[in-house]
Write a protein that binds this ligand. Sequence first.
Ligand SMILES: CC(=O)SCCNC(=O)CCNC(=O)[C@H](O)C(C)(C)COP(=O)(O)OP(=O)(O)OC[C@H]1O[C@@H](n2cnc3c(N)ncnc32)[C@H](O)[C@@H]1OP(=O)(O)O
Ligand SMILES: CC(=O)C(=O)O
Length: 533
Amino acid sequence: MEKQVLIYDTTLRDGTQAEGVSVSVEDKLRIAEKLADFGVHYIEGGWPGSNPKDMTFFKEVKKLNLKNTKITAFGSTRRSSLKVEEDPQIQDLIKAETPVITIFGKSWDLHVTQALKTTLEKNLEMIYDSISYLKKYVDEVIFDAEHFFDGFKENPDYAIEVLKVAQQGGADFLILCDTNGGSLPTDIEKAFKAVKEAGITAKLGIHAHNDSDTAVWNSIVAVLHGAIQVHGTINGIGERCGNANLCSIIPNLSLKLGYETVPRENIKRLKEISNFVSDILNMPVPKNMPYVGDSAFAHKGGVHASAVLRNPRSYEHILPQEVGNRRKVLVSDLAGKSNIIYKAKEIGIEIDEKDERLTKLVQEIKELENQGYHFEAAEASLELLIRKHLGTLPKYFDLDAYRVLIARRYTDKSPISEATVRIKIENHYEHTASLGYGPVNALDKALKKALTAVYPSLAEVELIDYKVRIVNESGGTAAKIRVLIESRDKSKKWGTVGVSDNIIEASWQAVVDSIVYKLVKDGIKPAGGNKDA
Ligand SMILES: CC(=O)SCCNC(=O)CCNC(=O)[C@H](O)C(C)(C)COP(=O)(O)OP(=O)(O)OC[C@H]1O[C@@H](n2cnc3c(N)ncnc32)[C@H](O)[C@@H]1OP(=O)(O)O
Ligand SMILES: CC(=O)C(=O)O
């Protein structure tokens, strides 16, 4: 049977200590429900004495069905000047009515004397009193030995004494914390060995911060040396550089080291969980985040794409679907034929590697990228280009002319943009005009106005993002301008690109690609028959 490691999620407590994170009670409840469904063993919900929001959370979370997941309330040992039963913070922990309470206590002598301004002896009493008192009210008390590894380096006897006292007090778990995140895997190994040699028999765990970029590996080393509870956060968010990232720890332990963490069948939901938390907390997941980042299985170099097509193991440490991610083959000026074959296959077109059109297409892509196009971020434009080369792009309309007027009278609050568009559909011309918030909006509206009578589904297209970049800055005013547009309809988002010396022309190209892509993706037939572009 696989050895079990208990996953203790502190996204809702230490995670919210990350700069830029602000959560409502509702956000916390939604995340708690998701994490429980994912199968973490503990969710640290917050610090009840800290603010009214956390108290409300503990009241509301009781109404949720969190299956086998235990909610824990977090706080500190009693204040040095107060008896444990008189300490309001300790009483708030009890009022949270959770089955588990986690308290942190100082295990670094420097902290005892300088942060708490008390004596080493008194700190031991605070730890013992708090744990033994709280044990009467809850099923489990978890003791976080704050700064354990720093304390162990400077005064190992005292750090170990803290653990002994916590054990005597009745703590169910002793969690060794790398609070400042400065420890390396070798420090973790040394400390865990010493703790065991000192006769500590309580169950151990690890709580690591990522200031040395080693929190994940520190946590795993701890497990290899006897920790059975691992604290961390989704996407590694947390105070300063963050906490140990559960999105790496869980697959490393389960998929690589044979431990049981969350239920095995849920590991394929890892990316979903990562995205969910990221969306709610408004903290984007870095693209290159291992396992769950959008680029974690993205192959850009032609050599990589070619090998991955033959055998994914050649450039992938696991199959992306094992963690709910997906393989991406990017097309850029570093692409070879294999990148295009893969891309074409994704859109349902089989193309032989000896097909001459393929060589021409690769050349054209490299030439266009050299002019400033960037297809990685504009997969819809790339699809249209591939289809055009392979003769599978229908011709929906001909562009005849467009004009944009931007005017501002002295009395106007902001400039007025007006676009006129003339296009040919079948055998007649449509000539439309539209006002817009800006020139691109006006062009987009005028084009849609001209087309929706014939292609009604275009009314569903929304332009949601617009990015402009100068691509050869040394060219001064003659520089090329790249416009990237993101559009969406009810079911999908897509990106298109345009490049020109002129910002309006670059925008126009991206807008037209967006409209044509919508028709292609929906399988719309061109008005008047299926003509190729
Ligand atoms: C390593 C960690 O991440 S620990 C968790 C850190 N998280 C937080 O601090 C977020 C929530 N915190 C809060 O809302 C507030 O800091 C509160 C409500 C807990 C305390 O607020 P205040 O009473 O205003 O104190 P303040 O925050 O200024 O200082 C911290 C106090 O906690 C005391 N303290 C710190 N650690 C401990 C401990 N392990 N045991 C007992 N007391 C402690 C300090 O001595 C200090 O008290 P003092 O000023 O009487 O000496
Ligand atoms: C307890 C905790 O959050 C820490 O030591 O980092």
